[in-house]
Every structure is written in structure tokens, then in C-alpha cells.
Design a protein around this ligand. Sequence first.
Ligand SMILES: [Zn+2]
Length: 458
Amino acid sequence: MEFIDAKLAAALVAGTDQRERKEIEDLARQRLCFLVDYAREHSPYLKEKYEDLPENYRLADIPISTREEMTELFDRWVCDPEITTEKVDEYVADFENLFTPFLGKYRVISTSGTTAQPLRIVRDSRHIAIHDALMAERYFGGPLLKDVEGLNEPDLKQCAIVAPGGLNSSYLSFERVRRSYKARGIEDRTLFLSTLAPAEEMIRKLNEFQPDVIGCYPSVIYTLAFEQKAGRLTIHPKIIGCSAEKLPEENRKFISEVFGCPVNDNYCSTEGGEVAMLCPNGHMHVNSDWVIVEPVDRENNPVPCGVKSEGILMTNLACLVQPVIRYRMTDSVIMHDEICGCGLNTPWIDIDGRVDDILEFDHNGTTVRMPAVLFELCAKDIPGCDHCQVIQRAHDAIEMRISVMPGYDRVETEQKILFSFRQLFESNGLGSIRIELVNKPLERTRSGKLRIAFKEFV
Ligand SMILES: [Zn+2]
């Protein structure tokens, strides 16, 4: 069970999500026991942590883990003594390294983390084989996309509209595709577009390129759907894959109708891998044979199905080298155990993810739509910028609120952010937008969430 190659992974994944619920749960249970045994044998820290587990332990008996614990005790957490924080940091510091295996056999994911300690996750070949198989079988081969013709052709024109940046997983996946195309001499069948590119440039390049496959953020493709509807954008992709933000079902239907192709979505995480995938009924089915998601409240007590949780405990049953077992995450979900009707017998979840607000401006009679993710990306790499908020106060005016990290000059940081925003507006033909910087705390919703951008005027 320790070593799983691509062939075995495909066999283990195929059809399992259509088996009886009890059978799927039993498989997960066996894999959990294997993982816990492995962790106790190979991880110096987890050996101590799990010392008092009863003989016939239940999932709930296993102590909960936190991000702080995992990052601080990383060297003693991992199951291979060759892996150290120092070596991982050195490896991720050079972008080129990310395309050759770490220590000859692992893949590394790390958050960039400017304030907090970065989270480093090492994935072994077992994880990679299983999660590749989950993608092949349940995403591309799943009920939503299985009937799309020509999806297996090796030279499909691939386009990614994502944020550039070395450690961003969507960017990295696209870069892997680009490099493999380059090696085959067909690099011109890939197109990378930065989410921050002006809408006009995006439309022109997409019309020229005519992608078969598009990977993007839901809010960005949603704004592009309006361009397609208006006839300025005329592309005919075979599929559109969304990630990273919540994709409301009505937006998914609209995008799918306008582009005339299926729109897929999945829920993946650094710690859990490919956690859940969409079915034609619009339900996110958990890959519960390989990933366990436990909805919990603030104190980590279990939250029943149908009730919104305040967090989840994630268990990744595929990765052995860095065990993720009952690991606390702040994602809020509603678990559904009722049968979906799509043929899959796995439970499904509503993820209370971020739905990006979209601001609308007028440019010579056409509407320019800017999703909040643009504002966030525009500010994120400016040193000292903690958060910024854009409140649209009129058709041609926005108010900005900025929180600056301690130790940075407020005025200097604000000026840099303002400059970057002016450039963003100008590049979208909106140079006349009035920007007012207001020195007030950032507004939060009643539940404490920060909205990056919203409209507030009558
Ligand atoms: Zn379903």
C-alpha cells in the first residue's frame, strides 16, 4: 500500500465513488489506519503525539493538528529525515527548481507568507499518483466533462488567466503544461494572460489565440462572459475550468450558456490536494475515499450535516511523507450526506468561499467590469500593504481604505498603492476615475469578513 504508481492509482480511483457509501467509508478507514501507523513509525513528532491513542481508535480520538504546529515542528513532522526546513526553503527560493523533484522524488508547495511563517507541504509520489488519477478520472473523466469531444488530444490549445507568481499553484500547473508543450515544439499552443491585463488586451489575445481549454478565476471568466455576449469576444472553448474562488451556480450556468461549453470547478487545497469536484447537479462531491473532511465549530466540536461549520479538519489519506491528519483549517462548509442523484455515492459540500464582488464602470458607453480579485492582486506585492478596500461611491468615483503593516511608512505605502491602482484603471480606459483615499478602518461584514471591493451608492 505504501508505493502506488500511476497504473495502480488509476485502478484504485476508478469507479470507487459510485460504490456503496459504506464501502467507501471502509476504504477510507483502512487508509486512515495505514497512514496513522506510517506516521507513528516514521515521524518523530507524530510518534509522540499519537502515543496515547487507544487500540481501536476512532477518527475523533486522533489529536487535532494546527498549521502553527506543523510549520514550527516541520523537521520532526516529516517522515523522511532528509527533508529539513532549510533544504525546502533553499529549494523553493529558486523558481527553476520547482520543475525538478525535490531530493529527486518529491513535489513541494509553499505559501509565500510575507507576515506569517510560510506553510511548506511536501508531496510524495503516492500523493501525486492518486491525485493525478483523481483529476483524470473524476474531473476530466467525470460526469461533467466525459462527453466533451477531443479532450484527450495531446495538443489542445491551453490558456490560463491567473495571477502570475512563482508559488501560485494555478500558475505553476500552467507553467508545467507550457514547458511540456515547449519540449514538443508547440509552445505557441499555450497562452498565459495575467488577471491584471487590461480587458481590451485580454479580449484581443483570446480572439487571436482561440483557446480549447481555459483555466481561470470564476469572477474573471464571468466578466469575460459579458464581453462574449456583447460580441466583442468570440471564442469557442471546449471546456472552462475555474478554481480558487466560489463559483455560484447561476454564474456557472450563465458562463456555460454564453460560451457554449461545460464549466467545471473543483475544491483543492495545499494541505488536502484535490478535495472535491463538481457534478452535473452543481454539487461538490468530496473524494471521500482519499480525503476526509470533518466540519467543526470554533472549538473543533463536530458539526452535523446540513449545518454550516466554522472550520474543517482535513485528513489527506494519500500523502505519507508529511502526514496531514485532522488538520484544522478555517474553511466554512455545509456537509450533505443525502444521496445526490448523479450516480456518485460520496457526500458533497457547500463551501462558503469568497464570491467576488464585481464593480462596474462606464467607458465610452460600454461597461467595464472589474472583479475584486484585480484590486487584491494589484496591491498584494506592494511592500507594507496589509489589506486594501475599494468602495465604489459613484459611477466614476471610488473610495480606498488601506491598512499598512506595522513598521512601514504609511504615506509612502499608500502612495505606492495609489500609483498601482491608477495604472490599473488607466490600462482599462478608466483614467478619469476619481480615487479618494480615506483614512478609516476597513469595513467588515457582520460575520467579520473583509470585502475587497463593493458598491455603496444610490
Ligand atoms: Zn452529484
